[in-house]
Design a protein around this ligand. Structure first.
Ligand code: GLA
Length: 467
């Protein structure tokens, strides 16, 4: 009997440690934009409309939890990282409430957390609304611990009244004062305890201008925001000023015109103060309605900031930031590139070459598969107006699923880029399978009803395997 228990124990222990070794041995080594990110549980990171705050040398990311079936509030997640590449799930920081303004069939968006210097409490601000976006206000929640749980307090009041506006952000100035940013360019100053508003510091400076984000460098304030196109991407732009109350000068776009901000919408700018340099990291969302949980991704890019000018001149696929020195760098991995014409790729169905040189198909159920030996695989594809969803799965050699994700190949600004990159895995033999789902992003808002793709195409440019 004793030996049976020992035997079972050894068996279970070996099994569990094998799984852990397989899943976490080699994490990400760079920030990748526009691809699903797997967290420490191998789940896809769900933290959109996010912000990051640093606390005791750990970076905490707060963002919206989404579902693929409804836009109703599903809570706000908190993740932690010490390198900005690998994120560990920490908590469902604010859960949907049983009833009330963040209860069933309500909307909760753009959570932003700041630590109040006067009270030491963590305060989370968010856009609260009805499902049809007609009952908006800025709400707040508080917690003693950064990871929560956060206690939802209702509307943030200014002169006893809620701020009935939608897209919002936050900014903490170097003197510790906290501010709420609102679409159109409004700025409100928070009370010392961060739980009410004491002044309307800046009135609207333009119409539209959603997803507000603000940072400061060398006593110049930079205010970023987007046009109003619902979940569709557009060319975001910015203003500068020497004081939060203005006057604000419109500076124009910070990404090349028509790239639609590299297919993303602003949510936050993270400043990394290092010993050699200061990095300013643009954080944006690449929405993917209705599959916001499984296919929406993140576009995080280093920004160049000189005088009153900021820019993201090109999209960096995989880039690094040294959190000690603040220096930004590039990865030069020793990858094996596999062309889409390689005989190693097994195409099933109606795949053919498109005008970009990609191998494409829009037939539901068509797939391509490759067996590879290595530690990581990425596939690059072509996104277009006619792009659809693709399922990507990595199996180990025993046929067990290690990673699974849905990839969105729709973009109004066409791009050829990495669409999926696996986390690092122990060197072994695996299979990657990509299947055309035969569906695509589409949605409507109160002004228009025809947003989204017009096709279901999935296109493979090439594969990269890291030995
Ligand atoms: C814009 C906003 C998002 C969300 C969507 C809804 O993109 O920035 O936060 O409200 O509209 O359509």
């Amino acid at each position: 009997m004793k030996y049976t228990f020992l035997f079972i124990f050894i068996l279970v222990f070996t099994f569990v440690s094998k799984i852990q070794a397989q899943k976490t041995q080699r994490p990400y080594r760079a920030i990748y934009s526009g691809v699903p990110w797997f967290d420490n549980r191998d789940s896809i990171l769900s933290a959109h409309g996010a912000n990051i705050i640093k606390d005791d040398d750990v970076y905490y990311l707060f963002g919206e939890v989404h579902s693929d079936t409804s836009n109703a509030f599903a809570g706000f997640n908190c993740y932690a990282s010490t390198d900005l590449y690998n994120w560990a799930f920490k908590s469902a920081a604010l859960r949907p409430q049983k009833t009330g303004k963040l209860g069933p069939n309500r909307v909760g968006e753009r959570p932003k957390v700041m630590r109040c210097p006067a009270t030491g409490k963590y305060v989370m601000y968010m856009h609260v609304d009805s499902l049809n976006y007609k009952d908006q206000f800025v709400g707040y929640a508080t917690a003693d611990k950064i990871t929560g749980p956060y206690d939802f307090k209702g509307p943030l009041l200014f002169g006893g009244k809620p701020i009935r506006k939608w897209d919002m952000g936050t900014f903490q100035d170097t003197d510790g004062s906290g501010y709420i940013l609102i679409h159109g360019g409004h700025i409100y100053k928070l009370s010392d305890d961060y739980t009410s508003v004491v002044a309307h510091v800046n009135k609207s400076m333009t119409s539209g201008f959603e997803s507000p984000a603000l940072f400061k460098k060398d006593n110049i304030y930079f205010f970023l925001g987007s046009n109003l196109t619902s979940w569709e991407k557009n060319d975001n732009y910015y203003f500068t000023a020497k004081s939060l109350s203005g006057p604000w000068t419109k500076q124009g776009l910070f990404a090349p015109k028509n790239t639609l901000t590299w297919n993303s919408q602003t949510t936050f700018v993270l400043q990394v103060n290092g010993s050699e340099d200061t990095a300013f990291i643009y954080m944006g969302d690449r929405w993917s309605y209705p599959k916001q949980a499984s296919a929406a991704t993140y576009v995080w890019q280093p920004m160049a900031v000189h005088g009153t000018k900021i820019s993201i001149p090109e999209l960096q696929q995989g880039w690094t930031v040294n959190l000690r020195t603040g220096q930004v760098g590039h990865l030069s991995p020793n990858n094996q590139r596999i062309s889409n014409q390689s005989r190693r790729i097994l195409y099933k169905g109606n795949w053919h070459q498109d005008t970009t040189g990609g191998m494409c198909s829009d037939q539901k159920g068509d797939s391509f598969q490759i067996q590879f030996t290595g530690t990581r695989i990425a596939w690059s594809g072509h996104s277009s107006r006619k792009g659809g969803y693709a399922k990507t799965v990595i199996h180990d050699k025993n046929g067990s699923i290690l990673y699974s994700a849905i990839i969105d190949l729709y973009c109004l600004y066409p791009d050829k880029a990495i669409k999926f990159i696996s986390p690092g895995m122990p060197k072994d033999t695996y299979h990657l399978t990509v299947t055309v789902l035969g569906v695509h992003p589409s949605w409507s808002d109160k002004r228009r009803s025809d947003y989204g793709s017009t096709g279901n195409f999935v296109s493979l440019d090439h594969l990269s395997v890291t030995p």
